[in-house]
Design a protein around this ligand. Structure first.
Ligand code: FAD
Ligand code: SIN
Length: 526
């Protein structure tokens, strides 16, 4: 089946729905999502959205904080572009009905690591869910938007898939697996936007949802787009340590509101030993400190303690976390929370410009699947949702501005299943998933060495042959699509990490502990 649309948006998180809503003023938009429409990271965001809204704050300070956290690898023009558009993005969310917390008639601003000011707007400790709901409500009400969940996109359609074969990298849409019927559909359009989120699940421990398998990054790479800074994988310092609940985040705002980190063996508050900003140092520093305490003392976890604040204060600021922890037998108003670092955010991705355009004609990208230049070597807390809103809008504006120059898609070949059969050994998928994620955690984690990266590269090469053989022989399933993409992203991360001969931001290697005088992006060319 081939279906034709004006614009296709792949992903129904903050970036995808922002773009779809802006485009739908004049164009018909198809939004495709793997699994449910709320399955991305957006719905899980806790802390909030950074924006300069207080009279005592300035764009310049937010820019400086972003560049300090990013260890100078950020592109200044992108940082300025995003931060200067932030207040406008918040206004639009308020118009859409996001019920941000208020205090004394103004938006309440909380604080997170790396921010020199209180500048995070939030909805209690579940900001992402409120944002996702508001965007989805607006999209569902818009007659120009068709939402199609349960579609796992496999590969971008380019000139190579046209009936009149052409070597052109022009993107015409995407092949997508209907997860219910198992059939593969071809969706074509004059413009396509990737908004598929990050690749966090490439690591064994991650705060990201199950579907964060880097599909968009891998699809764009295979279609011929450059990716950059994939070695910059962010680890959040405080993921709940619990043997049953493996990926529950304890928001950085707990530290912003006074929470301290303690060594459970000695009770010592150790962050001031590592950095003058103590618990509010940028994430890479706090995550490395936690990792170092855990490894040095052979601990299972460290402790995050906010029990010195009144129970009313804690319950008022963190109602969802408080309730969730109570169900696990932890009362955060009286006792510390056991926490460990876990992968949290993919700073690298598909290279885009300020118009959210990728290298490939017909393809735009926004949100966590991109490398826009905003985050550099380490994302500043709560700058990510903001990036989704600003670049979702930018993609839509650029497509609308160029509309008359965008050609209609040519006739496209249907998905060819003539040479594959149903799999008779699903165990291969499970084994490879587990192997990649464990290997990435152990060899390509918070602290790296060249030897370990080389070991990882050898294993990735080996697994690659097995996965490609399997992919070429059997009908696609969502698990297989994700495994292929996880493997692709692991390869991009390791290759990028091996190219960086310094320690900067999130890339910390014992073999090159110094930071080079000049900050350079790691750009991989397909
Ligand atoms: P997502 O919201 O992840 O959406 C991706 C979409 O793409 C989904 O709809 C998914 O189904 C779809 N998709 C993926 N692959 C395919 C495919 N193959 N085919 C079809 N569809 C596909 N950032 C902040 O700024 N503030 C915070 O407080 C904050 N808290 C966070 C807390 C947690 C626990 C996590 C995990 C992240 C947090 N972040 C936060 C980061 C932020 O939530 C994400 O970076 C952001 O939501 C990404 O939005 P997105 O639109 O790019 O992608
Ligand atoms: C958090 O609430 O700690 C996450 C914020 C973010 O990832 O930006």
């Amino acid at each position: 089946m081939t279906a034709s649309h004006d614009v296709i948006v792949i992903g129904s998180g903050a970036a995808g729905l922002t773009a779809a809503l802006a485009l739908a003023e004049s164009r018909r938009v198809l939004v495709l999502a793997k699994g449910s429409l709320t399955g991305g990271s957006t719905a899980w965001a806790q802390g909030g959205i950074a924006a300069v809204l207080d009279a005592g704050d300035t764009f310049e300070e937010h820019i400086r904080d972003t560049m300090i956290a990013g260890a100078g690898l950020n592109r200044r023009e992108t940082v300025e572009f995003v931060i200067e558009h932030a207040p406008q993005s918040i206004d639009r969310l308020v118009e859409l009905g996001v019920p941000f917390n208020q205090e004394a008639g103004a938006l309440h601003l909380t604080r997170e690591g790396g921010h020199s000011q209180r500048r995070i707007v939030h909805v209690n400790d579940a900001t992402g869910w409120a944002v996702q709901e508001a965007l989805l409500r607006a999209a569902e009400a818009n007659p120009n938007i068709t939402l199609l969940p349960g579609r796992a996109c496999i590969d971008l359609i380019t000139g190579r898939n046209a009936e009149q074969f052409s070597g052109s990298g022009r993107v015409w849409g995407v092949y997508a697996l209907d997860e219910a019927s198992g059939r593969v559909e071809a969706h074509v359009a004059r413009a396509t936007i990737l908004a598929t989120g990050g690749a966090g699940r490439v690591y064994q421990f991650s705060t990201a949802p199950r579907g964060a398998t880097g599909d968009g990054i891998a699809m764009a790479w295979r279609a011929g787009a450059r990716v950059s800074n994939m070695e910059m994988m962010q680890f959040h310092p405080t993921c709940l340590y619990n043997l049953e609940v493996k990926n529950f985040l304890i928001t950085e705002a707990v530290r912003g509101e006074g929470g301290v980190l303690l060594n459970p063996r000695t009770g010592h508050r150790y962050m001031p030993d590592y950095d003058d900003r103590a618990e509010l140092a940028p994430r890479d520093i706090v995550a490395r400190a936690n990792d170092s305490e855990i490894k040095r003392d052979g601990l299972d976890c460290v402790h995050l303690d906010i029990s010195h604040q009144s129970p009313e204060f804690v319950k008022h600021h963190f109602p969802n976390i408080y309730e969730k922890l109570l169900t696990l037998g932890i009362d955060m108003t009286r006792e510390p929370i056991p926490v460990v670092p876990a992968q949290h955010y993919t700073c690298g991705g598909v290279l885009i410009d300020l118009a959210a355009h990728t290298d490939l004609p017909g393809l735009w990208a926004a949100g966590e699947c991109t490398e826009s230049g905003l985050h550099g070597a380490n994302r500043l807390a709560s700058n990510s949702l903001l990036e989704c809103f600003v670049f979702g809008e930018a993609a839509a504006s650029d497509i609308l501005a160029r509309w008359d120059t965008l050609d209609h898609p040519p006739a496209i070949r249907e998905w060819d299943e003539s040479r594959v059969t149903d799999s008779d050994e699903e165990v291969v998928i499970k084994q490879n998933w587990t192997e990649i994620r464990r290997m990435m955690w152990n060899y390509v984690g918070i602290v790296r060495t060249t030897k370990r990266l080389e070991r990882a590269q050898n294993r990735i090469d080996l697994l690659g042959r097995e996965i490609e053989d399997y992919y070429g022989s059997f009908r696609v399933t969502t698990d297989l699509i994700e495994l292929r993409n996880l493997h692709q992203c692991a390869d991009l991360i390791v290759r990028s990490a091996l190219k960086r001969h310094e320690s900067r931001g999130l890339h910390y290697t014992l073999d090159y502990p110094a930071t080079l005088p000049e900050a350079r992006d790691t750009v991989l060319i397909p």
